[in-house]
Design a protein around this ligand. Structure first.
Ligand SMILES: [Zn+2]
Length: 309
């Protein structure tokens, strides 16, 4: 049973206290009920300080330890409000927008809050795309003249996979890749797509090795066909243009290459749930995943460097 608020007023009533937020978090973190982390007993209660106390051995465990909320100076209520706004705004929210909305003390606090939430948007061990999947690469960021279609330069190169769903788009996967080499592209395809699936690409030789790795490969050749790439691979091109519009719109293009991966995760999270009838369901999913993802200190968020070789 997925239990989540449907409206803002339901949300505000339900999560008015730290205790209510903690209880919800505990429920999503231990869906089968909490068992003592020391002795395994299933009898426990929540203390005044919000700890789970074992009824058998007395061991106290924190509901937030091991989650992205661990040792945060922000109240859980603030985190919950941030998760509500992030999932309820169709296009998400910028750090400045969140700072204003929640009256946070600093831009840095809002920024790191959003980044921690983005880390929770990708479920570890999620399943790969299947069936027919279009794959292509696109540039994001800095403009640089010349160099040809697959020259990287200052821009970031992003691999896009979009599942064919009749005339429409199913689920997507995005990943920043260092270059359009067969090695990079194969690694992306293997991470994103189940072997045995049909991969649709353009005629770029970087995709030639796919057949040798268990994929069916159909190359749609552009040159001489009189057709543009957007006609031959319409889904990946649609996704790439929505991604760029989102980065320029919600985030006003202010996304550094070092942090692009997190934004790609957020875009993917939103896109793959775009048909959800209830926004509250996205909130539920985000809390659930935030409870399962380990904490990242601010220092690590800002020192994540570009690992391009
Ligand atoms: Zn115990």
């Amino acid at each position: 049973m997925e239990d989540y608020p449907r409206t803002l007023s339901e949300f505000e009533q339900r999560f008015a206290t730290e205790g209510a937020c903690r209880a919800y978090l505990a429920q999503l973190r231990w869906p089968g009920g909490y068992r003592c982390l020391r002795c395994g007993a299933d009898r426990s209660w929540m203390t005044q300080e919000g700890l789970m106390k074992c009824g058998q051995c007395g061991y106290k465990a924190s509901v937030t330890a091991g989650t992205i909320f661990h040792s945060s100076h922000l109240p859980l209520r603030t985190w919950f409000r941030a998760m509500w706004w992030v999932t309820n705004q169709k296009h998400g929210i910028s750090a400045l927008g969140l700072q204003r909305l929640l009256a946070l003390g600093s831009y840095e606090t809002a920024w790191s809050c959003l980044h921690k939430l983005r880390r929770a948007m990708v479920r570890p061990g999620r399943d790969r795309l299947t069936g027919e999947v279009e794959v292509d690469e696109t540039y994001v960021g800095g403009h640089e003249p010349g160099g040809g279609r697959r020259h990287v330069g200052n821009k970031a190169l992003v691999a896009v996979a979009a599942q064919v769903d009749r005339e429409g788009i199913g689920r997507i996967r995005l990943r920043r890749i260092p270059r359009a080499s067969s090695q990079s592209l194969l690694a992306f395809v293997q991470e994103a797509i189940e072997p045995g699936s049909t991969v649709l690409t353009d005629g770029w030789e970087g995709y030639d090795g796919l057949k040798g790795h268990g994929y069916k490969h159909k190359a749609r050749v552009i040159s001489g066909s009189g057709k543009t790439a957007s006609v031959l691979l319409p889904r990946v091109h649609r996704v790439a243009s929505l991604l760029k519009r989102w980065l320029l719109g919600t985030h006003q293009g202010g996304v550094s290459r070092d942090h692009l991966d997190y934004y790609l995760d957020e875009f993917t999270f939103r896109f793959n749930r775009r048909t959800s009838r209830h926004r509250g369901k996205l909130f539920y999913r985000l809390v659930e995943q935030a409870a399962a993802v380990g904490p990242t200190p601010y220092a690590q968020l800002v020192s994540d460097s570009d690992h391009d070789p």
